[in-house]
Design a binder for this molecule. Structure first.
Ligand code: UDP
Length: 330
């Protein structure tokens, strides 16, 4: 295939580019390098089947031009991370709403099949034991910017879905549940790389609130091949499909696991939500996926356990540390 990956320099996008190239496909990554970074793609630089185009999904002319290079579009570009959404609400909304509209409309014009990456955030505060794809969305107050990501991504799904139905093109929406792995940065939220960074530098590990909130972390290495399989499976077309892991953990327990796995002498510091995200922040108490639809469609079975997922982040951070570079250079 000739694939276009928007957000290709981001965390999940760069792993998708690696996977597609390893499978023998041609790839054009489009990324404005706002939260993604070029170093995530350094292993592909100079590869004859790979190209990075630096630019924004908000640039309609550029998007149309880039999408023309492919027969398949993976749309992963988005303003992500709770800190990004809360600190830069307008910019986040623009990217997440108009960016998706531009990419999907270009895909439809060019008759390219497409996948739109969505998120478990679309379920909002629904804390059911195993959220299936038809679970209700329960959001807080409409004007709280905290919910803008969930609201925008919900609209993105509709844009993808309605265009998919009208055009008859194969399209898939994937809902990611707290996906983690190498190259993920803790700068914009994302608790696992944050905790690993804190533990490695001996700083206190910052648990927001009481730490009783629960999450189920999934590995990027489980979800990347699943994205490609879903797009190649007609029964998955014009559907939203959950992708994630299966081991649930409280954030307090996660903090302790990270401290133990790193062998760090960091302590745990509880930080009130207001201090972390500002006044009136509402957290999800629990977010646990039901991935049985993906299992039915493509035999999806998450292989990565929590300790191995944390281990993959730890290994990556250690390999990237100045001390490791110095050791390699000597
Ligand atoms: N969290 C935390 N400390 C941090 C960063 C995040 O306790 O330094 C919490 C956050 O409040 C949430 C959970 O960890 O309850 C997962 O946060 P993340 O931003 O990774 O993903 P979310 O599930 O909120 O989208």
């Amino acid at each position: 295939m000739k694939a276009v990956v928007t957000g290709g320099a981001g965390f999940i996008g760069s792993h998708l580019c690696d996977h597609l190239i390893a499978e023998g496909h041609q790839v054009v990554a489009l990324d404005d390098l706002s939260t993604g970074c070029e170093s995530n793609l350094k292993q592909l630089s100079g590869h004859p089947d790979f190209e990075l185009v630096k630019g924004s999904v908000l640039d309609e002319v550029l998007v149309d031009d880039v999408v023309a290079a492919g027969d398949t579009v993976f749309h992963l570009a988005a303003a992500v991370g709770v800190h990004t959404i809360v600190d830069r609400p307008l910019e986040s909304l623009r990217t997440n709403l108009h960016g998706t509209e531009n990419v999907v409309e270009a895909a439809v014009r060019r008759r390219a099949r497409y996948l739109v990456a969505s998120t478990s955030e679309v379920y909002g505060k629904n804390d059911a034991d195993g959220l299936s794809e038809d679970a209700d969305r329960i959001l807080g107050s409409p004007l709280k910017s905290r919910w803008s990501y969930a609201a925008a991504k919900g609209l993105d799904e509709l844009v993808a879905y309605v265009h998919g139905g009208a055009s008859g093109l194969p399209c898939v929406i994937t809902r990611f549940f707290n996906i983690v792995g190498p190259r993920q940065t803790g700068r914009y939220g994302m608790v696992v790389p944050r905790f690993v960074d804190q533990a490695l530098t001996g700083e206190p590990v910052t648990v927001y609130g009481e730490g009783t909130q629960r999450r189920c972390f999934g590995s990027v290495f489980d979800v990347v091949p699943a994205m490609v399989s879903l797009l190649e499976t007609p029964a998955a077309h014009n559907r939203a499909v959950n992708l994630g892991g299966k081991e649930e953990v409280s954030i307090s327990d996660l903090a302790q696991r990270v401290i133990d796995l790193t062998g760090s002498d960091s302590t745990v510091r509880h930080v009130p939500y207001e201090e972390a995200y500002g006044e009136g922040y509402e957290d999800m108490r629990r977010r646990m996926p039901d991935t049985s639809l993906a299992a039915d469609l493509i035999d999806y079975e998450p292989r990565w356990r929590l300790d191995d997922i944390v281990g993959s982040v730890l290994e990556d951070k250690r390999a990237d540390s100045p001390a490791a570079h110095a050791a390699l250079a000597s």
